[in-house]
Design a protein around this ligand. Structure first.
Ligand code: HEC
Ligand code: HEC
Ligand code: HEC
Ligand code: HEC
Ligand code: HEC
Length: 304
């Protein structure tokens, strides 16, 4: 009787683990989001604005706030369409013959960085995204982005087997404590938020060889780790992109005048001569211009 009961308990536990573990998302949720609205609600950060007005206003101006649309008319949105029409649909073994065939796995090569939470959605959401891309529907696409809860919760822990999985009732900052908000009443210290690896999660090392069809966009973190740091660089991404000009969550880059000025040292040396070129042309004026450009950023430029 006891043997039978403990065997049953064991079998039940094993079954539960087998069902739960493979479906587990970063939060430990087992349900996948079935619509764009459902996925947006899972990481709804609108409530943060009430108390963190400045960070919110800066973030709204950042590239992170429109990571599925991009700059200008919607450069990222347009490239997502190119991925489908000139990539997926032309590749014999991709499984995509028409836009209606696009599934989550086809978008993750880009979404891994442009929308990491897409991993927690069903193929119906992939179809909703494709429709919005075709309709140039920026409003719908902008519901999904890299917002407060992506950096301060979902992606705030990189080594989850060491530091645990992010909790839904917590925001992750620089210290432990209570948090004066209804839904996230706990404040926890994130082990990576102030480190360059935080940004390195999406700002690339090199080709994503873990995928069936590797692709790559950003590589800044690779040259940061393998060129800037070995050359004696000491600044973090946050030092240069958030703190240096005190522009915080706008995280400026080359479109920002202060950042442009900080990007390269330019040393120009000009000498002029009267040069005896040849018999026919005689003495002609000539200038020798020496230009030395030194990259002062923490990585190769341009990137992405
Ligand atoms: C009702 C007000 C309120 C709301 C809403 C709120 N916060 Fe906070 N938050 C605070 C206060 C106050 C602090 C300062 C720490 C404390 O509570 O003792 C704080 C601290 C933080 C910190 C830590 C900052 C640091 O220096 O490490 C982070 C990160 C943070 N909040 C993120 C968020 C995010 C993300 C949201 C939205 C999901 C949010 N907060 C919503 C009031 C709020
Ligand atoms: C390794 C992470 C990563 C992957 C994978 C990735 N991107 Fe990017 N992408 C970025 C980052 C980070 C930037 C912005 C920073 C930069 O310029 O490096 C960016 C910038 C862009 C830009 C320029 C945006 C603008 O507003 O000017 C486009 C367009 C773009 N990505 C499209 C794509 C598409 C389409 C895919 C998939 C085929 C993709 N990316 C895959 C991380 C990635
Ligand atoms: C792309 C990642 C990213 C996003 C998106 C993001 N944060 Fe942050 N946040 C950080 C980092 C990194 C720090 C600085 C940690 C440190 O001190 O080094 C930070 C710091 C903070 C702080 C501490 C005070 C400060 O301004 O330095 C608060 C509060 C905060 N964030 C709230 C928010 C809110 C609210 C949002 C959404 C509007 C948001 N963050 C979006 C990465 C992000
Ligand atoms: C979840 C992924 C993710 C994280 C984490 C992240 N980024 Fe980004 N970042 C992106 C993507 C994707 C873009 C480009 C969005 C677009 O334009 O389509 C971007 C854009 C940028 C840009 C603007 C580049 C331009 O073209 O103007 C800067 C600067 C930047 N990120 C810096 C940072 C820094 C610093 C951190 C860490 C504090 C960070 N990012 C964390 C994904 C991420
Ligand atoms: C020593 C300062 C410094 C460090 C460290 C640094 N950056 Fe930059 N970064 C800059 C400057 C300055 C620019 C503007 C370059 C320009 O004008 O083209 C820039 C440009 C960028 C861009 C835009 C790329 C482009 O095409 O010009 C991205 C994205 C970016 N940085 C992300 C990061 C990330 C992520 C890290 C950490 C892994 C990082 N940066 C570390 C100073 C720095």
């Amino acid at each position: 009787m006891t043997i039978k009961r403990s065997f049953l308990a064991f079998a039940l536990a094993a079954l539960l683990l087998a069902i739960l573990i493979p479906c587990r998302t970063v939060h430990g949720d087992t349900q996948k989001a079935e619509t764009i609205d459902e996925l947006a609600a899972r990481y709804d950060s609108t409530s943060c604005e009430e108390c963190h007005e400045e960070e919110y206003a800066q973030w709204e101006k950042s590239a992170h706030a429109r990571s599925m649309v991009g700059s200008g008319y919607g450069r990222t949105r347009a490239t997502l369409k190119t991925l489908v029409t000139r990539g997926l649909m032309t590749w014999q073994y991709s499984g995509v013959k028409k836009p209606e065939d696009v599934k989550i796995k086809h978008l993750m090569g880009c979404a891994k960085c442009h929308l990491p939470q897409l991993a927690e959605a069903t193929d119906e959401v992939a179809q909703e995204i494709v429709k919005a891309v075709w309709a140039k529907d920026n409003e719908t696409l902008n519901k999904l982005n890299i917002n407060c809860l992506i950096c301060h919760q979902r992606n705030a822990i990189t080594h989850k087997w060491v530091d645990g999985y992010p909790q839904k009732n917590a925001v992750y900052g620089t210290y432990d404590g209570e948090h004066d908000s209804e839904e996230q009443e706990v404040l926890k210290r994130s082990p990576n938020l102030s480190e360059s690896i935080m940004c390195g999660q999406c700002h690339g090392l090199g080709p994503q060889f873990e995928l069936e069809q590797p692709t790559q966009c950003a590589t800044a973190y690779g040259s940061y780790l393998w060129a800037y740091i070995p050359e004696g660089g000491t600044q973090s991404c946050q030092d240069c992109h958030m703190k240096k000009f005190n522009k915080g969550h706008t995280m400026p880059a080359y479109r920002d005048l202060d950042m442009q000025d900080a990007a390269v040292d330019m040393d120009i040396d000009v000498s002029s001569y009267h040069w005896r070129k040849n018999k026919a042309e005689g003495v002609v004026p000539m200038a020798l211009v020496k230009v030395a450009l030194t990259n002062k950023t923490g990585h190769g430029i341009p990137d992405g």
